[in-house]
Design a protein around this ligand. Structure first.
Ligand code: FAD
Ligand code: ZN
Length: 251
């Protein structure tokens, strides 16, 4: 059983012959034919006045970004509800988790971490008479390392599911059929591409207190990456606000 840590990170950073904010300013100035007013430093004042204060957000749509996510299938279902983005997702029809790679799973409680599992050390069920079920980690020569931090019921469920999936493939089922037993906990790669305005709405909606904890686990670091990579446009988004407060900033 392979358990992985979820993430979201900017996949492809656009390379423009000028900076991202300068590219937006360059397009926006066409409306007033004020191209001659653009200087090396004018973008900061321009973006603050035209986009942030006046609210002309359509001009930021001239720049797009792709983000790579590795999240469970419950979270990919939530991602693809955002209709203005383009997606490519790892396919449970075409990836054979027996031949291509073993399936990976994500533990649904972000605050519970088993460093042994995440380092790739296999967890094994140990039957100790008179004790509650426990899964443990050992060294390759059998020395006890520590108890697995994940709850036994979840580990049993995933272990059984993985065994059933493999058994169905052995009996001739195709991956697109055997996938019916795979759980929401299955880790999935998905690339999501959209313009900077769409990302703003997404990051506002998906970093609030109402957001699923597994979504917030990856979107809050992603928001920070956006804020570090692109000045100004995302600075007013603060994680862990209520959705009503967050979306009051909407443009
Ligand atoms: C905390 C939370 C809980 C949720 N719970 C549920 C749930 O229980 N069940 C459920 O089904 N969904 C749920 N959702 C999903 C939610 O309903 C939206 O589908 C999702 O957040 C996409 O956002 P969006 O509709 O704003 O638009 P996006 O698809 O991200 O589009 C961005 C914006 O474009 C505009 N737009 C896009 N398409 C249209 C259109 N056809 N017509 C007019 N304007 C359009 C809108 O202004 C929209 O806000 C939840 C979302 C969140 C954040
Ligand atoms: Zn473990």
């Amino acid at each position: 059983m392979k358990i992985v840590k979820p993430y979201a990170q900017i996949a492809i950073k656009p390379k423009y012959n000028m900076g991202i904010l300068q590219t937006i300013e360059d397009a926006a100035r066409i409306s007033h034919r004020s191209e001659d007013g653009q200087t090396d430093e004018s973008y900061q004042r321009f973006i603050e006045a035209v986009v942030m204060k006046k609210g002309d957000w359509s001009v930021v749509e001239h720049v797009s970004l792709s983000v790579d996510f590795c999240v469970d299938r419950g979270i990919t279902h939530e991602l693809v509800r955002h209709r203005l983005f383009s997606y490519t997702q790892e396919s449970t029809r075409f990836v054979n988790y027996e031949k291509k790679m073993p399936p990976s799973f994500i533990y649904p409680k972000p605050d519970v971490v088993c460093e042994y599992c995440l380092a790739g050390n296999p967890t094994r069920y140990v039957d100790i008479v008179g004790k509650a079920p426990v899964w443990q980690h050992n060294t390759s020569d059998g020395r006890f390392l520590g108890d697995c931090a994940y709850i036994a019921e979840w580990l049993f469920a995933i272990d059984n599911i993985e065994a059933s999936y493999r058994a169905l493939l052995k009996q001739g089922w195709r991956p697109q059929e055997a996938r019916s037993v795979l759980p929401n906990a299955l880790a999935s790669r998905i690339r999501m591409t959209g313009n900077l305005r769409s990302w703003r709405w997404f990051l506002m909606m998906r970093t609030t207190t109402e957001t699923h904890p597994q979504m917030r686990e990856v979107t809050i670091p992603l928001l920070k990456e956006f804020q570090d990579f692109i000045p100004i446009l995302y600075d007013d988004i603060i994680p862990n606000r209520s959705q009503a407060e967050a979306t009051a900033l909407r443009h």
